[in-house]
Structures are given as structure tokens and as C-alpha cells.
Design a protein around this ligand. Structure first.
Ligand code: HEM
Ligand SMILES: *[C@@H]1O[C@H](CO)[C@@H](O)[C@H](O)[C@H]1NC(C)=O
Ligand SMILES: CC(=O)N[C@H]1CO[C@H](CO)[C@@H](O)[C@@H]1O
Length: 324
């Protein structure tokens, strides 16, 4: 009796656990808009292609925007809210100052609203745009399950993204807190194979003689950045991967290993015991990198999403539907 009811209880608990796990993991669906907006993915892809051929620097900016959105309150488009006189938003926080691509998001959202009003969330739009950005930069295609809802909060004090000058140990802790292993974190740093960084994000490293940086690379960057650092001075942008700045490839890993990298976290990744083996592996394995990069981008797109009736589907990505 004892054992059989114990077993039945265990079975029941197992079924309940599985049911709730399934609900949690599969609430996003590949065909979520099949009846309400069947062309949603094509609309996003067309718009991204058009924008990409006009401005190839957009795709990297969109990949970065996904990271900044998903790391703060999950992938809920909270990063897109424009602060108003009465209500602040994540966009006033320091790490957001160089985010770009908000106009492109607005364009994509407008096309989606024209086709299917009040249906496709801004969070889904960004996840699709980032997927298309990866493909346009030569990365592997990947599936993006849909059904994310847009958040009703966006607070600058919650922006706990690693700052530009973050040390690797702090960055690894921030990624672990969102469920990313050291290997996955190294793969995501691979995003620094595209796009650029403002000199203000790495100027302090140029001035530090103790800082691991190739001499030739340092003097190139000193030339590129000039002396200015004060307010109102020019803040030029340098490519993060100067060899292939518009290609999702593994080029940034050999750069990390040869001290030719702009950001502190990337430099430390080459030597930190938790990350160095992964950096060496991906430096030597271009195909494994492109494959893994898409897998981990898919994982990033699902961090802390709002589902079901949570949040809302914003009509404009930059504003809550009900302003306060
Ligand atoms: C500890 C982690 C990270 C730090 C400290 C960091 C820091 C930075 C900094 C300082 C820039 C230059 C921004 C500018 O000056 O305009 C940058 C650019 C960029 N980051 Fe990261 N990043 C991190 C992780 C990531 C992740 C996980 C991704 C995406 C998966 C990513 C994607 C990008 C991209 C694509 C750019 C180029 C943006 C553009 O061209 O506008 N980063 N990052
Ligand atoms: C990179 O910098 C470190 C620390 O300065 C140095 O030990 C190492 O030899 C450098 N590696 C290369 C390839 O220059
Ligand atoms: C893109 C964006 O909204 N950047 C904002 C970042 O924060 C500063 C204030 O610290 C704002 O002035 C920028 O507009």
C-alpha cells in the first residue's frame, strides 16, 4: 500500500513536473503567427535585406540590441522604450548609449502593423531581425520560435549589463546568472567578429602599458582614435574585427590569442582558464563556430521571455500602448 501510493504520488509529481516543464519550454512556437500573420517572417526578412544593402553596419547593431534586450528583464523589447519626461527607461543607462538600429526596428514594425495590426510583438520582431542579421552576415540560419510578448517595464536601474571595460570574471558571472556556460559565453563573444566599437569603449586600454596588446595593433588604434577623450571631442569607431568586419566568422578568436583585440573581456578570454580552451578550439574550428554561434543566438533569443497574456503587443516599439 505504502509503496504503491508512494509510487503513484511520485508518478503524479513527475507528470505535473513534465507538464509544467513542457509549458515553460514550448510556449513559444515555430508557427505561432500561422493564422494571424502568416507572412510575418517574410516581412521581417525583406525589410532587413533592404536595410542591409543600404547600410551594412545595421546588422551588427541589431545583434547587439538583442543581447542588450534579452539580458535585462528577458527578451521583452524593454530596451526599445524611449524615455519620456515622466518615465525613464533602459535607454538612459550607460551601456545603452551606443546602441543603434532603433529606426530599423520601427521600420520593420511599421511593415508588420500594415500587414497584421496589433499582432506581432516587438520582442518577436527583434528576435527575427537578429536571426536575419546573422544570416545576412554569412552566419548559419536558425529557427526562432515565436510568441514573445512586450514588457510593461523598462528601468535604467535594472540595466546590469557588463560595462565596456568589464573584467572577464564579472562578465562570466553575468552570463552564468542567465544560464550561459563559459563555452556559450565564448561563443557569444564571437559576435565581436562584426561591427565596431567607439574609441571611448577601449581608449583606457591603449594608455595602459601593462595591458596585453600587440604593439603594432596598439599604435594603429592610437592613430585611429587620436588624442581626444574629453566632452564634445570626436569619438571615432574602429572595427572590432578589422580583417572581416561584416562576416560572422571565427576571426576574432585568433585575434584574441594574438593580443589584437579591442575589448577587455575578449582579451582576457584568451588566457582565463575557464575560457582559453574554448577560444583555442573555435580559433581552429571555423565551421564549429558558425554552427554553435547560431545555436547560442537562438538560446539568447529565449532568455526570460514573456508569454501568454503577460505584457502586451506594442503598436509602436518605442512606447507602451498605454502611456503613463
Ligand atoms: C561581457 C560582454 C560584452 C561586453 C563587455 C561587450 C562590449 C561591447 C562594446 C563596448 C562594444 C562597442 C560599442 C560601441 O562603442 O559602439 C560592443 C559592440 C558589439 N557587441 Fe558586445 N559586448 C559584450 C557581449 C556581447 C554579446 C553577447 C553580443 C551578441 C551576442 C555582442 C555583440 C556586439 C556587437 C554585434 C557589437 C558591434 C555593434 C555595432 O557595430 O554597432 N556583444 N560590445
Ligand atoms: C600577449 O600578451 C601577453 C601578456 O602581455 C604575453 O604574455 C603574450 O606573449 C602575448 N601574446 C602574443 C601572441 O603576442
Ligand atoms: C540610444 C539611446 O537611447 N541612447 C541614450 C543613452 O543614454 C543617454 C543618457 O545617458 C541618452 O542621452 C541617449 O539618448
Amino acid at each position: 500500500m505504502q509503496t504503491s501510493s508512494g509510487r503513484r504520488l511520485r508518478l503524479l509529481l513527475l507528470v505535473v513536473a513534465m507538464a509544467s516543464a513542457t509549458r515553460r519550454c514550448t510556449a513559444l512556437e515555430l508557427n505561432y503567427y500561422a493564422s494571424t500573420c502568416p507572412d510575418a517572417e517574410a516581412i521581417v526578412r525583406d525589410a532587413m535585406e533592404r536595410q542591409h544593402y543600404r547600410d551594412p553596419t545595421l546588422a551588427p547593431a541589431i545583434i547587439r540590441m538583442l543581447f542588450h534586450d534579452c539580458f535585462v528583464r528577458g527578451c521583452d523589447a524593454s530596451v526599445m522604450i524611449v524615455p519620456t519626461r515622466t518615465r525613464s527607461s533602459e535607454r538612459v543607462a550607460i551601456p545603452n548609449q551606443t546602441l543603434r538600429g532603433f529606426n530599423a526596428v520601427d521600420d520593420v514594425k511599421r511593415a508588420l502593423e500594415d500587414a497584421c495590426p496589433a499582432t506581432v510583438s516587438c520582442a518577436d520582431a527583434l528576435a527575427l531581425m537578429a536571426r536575419d542579421a546573422v544570416a545576412l552576415l554569412g552566419g548559419n540560419p536558425y529557427d526562432v520560435p515565436l510568441g514573445r510578448r512586450d514588457g510593461l517595464e523598462s528601468n535604467p536601474w535594472e540595466v546590469d549589463l557588463p560595462p565596456p571595460f568589464a573584467a572577464l570574471g564579472d562578465a562570466l558571472r553575468a552570463f552564468a546568472a542567465r544560464g550561459f556556460s563559459a563555452e556559450e559565453t565564448v561563443v557569444l563573444f564571437g559576435a565581436h567578429t562584426v561591427g565596431g566599437a567607439h574609441c571611448s569603449a577601449f581608449r583606457d586600454r591603449l594608455a595602459r602599458p601593462d595591458c596585453a596588446m600587440d604593439d603594432g595593433f596598439r599604435s594603429d588604434m592610437l592613430d585611429a582614435c587620436g588624442a581626444g577623450a574629453g566632452d564634445g571631442e570626436e569619438d571615432p569607431v574602429a572595427f572590432l574585427d578589422a580583417d572581416t568586419p561584416f562576416a560572422i566568422d571565427n576571426a576574432c578568436y585568433p585575434q584574441m590569442m594574438s593580443n589584437r583585440t579591442l575589448l577587455q573581456v575578449d582579451q582576457e578570454a584568451a588566457t582565463h582558464p575557464d575560457t582559453a580552451p574554448h577560444v583555442a578550439y573555435y580559433a581552429a574550428s571555423p565551421d564549429a563556430f558558425t554552427q554553435r554561434f547560431s545555436e547560442v543566438m537562438a538560446k539568447l533569443s529565449n532568455v526570460g521571455v514573456l508569454e501568454g497574456d503577460a505584457g502586451e503587443v506594442r503598436r509602436l516599439c518605442s512606447k507602451y500602448n498605454t502611456p503613463s
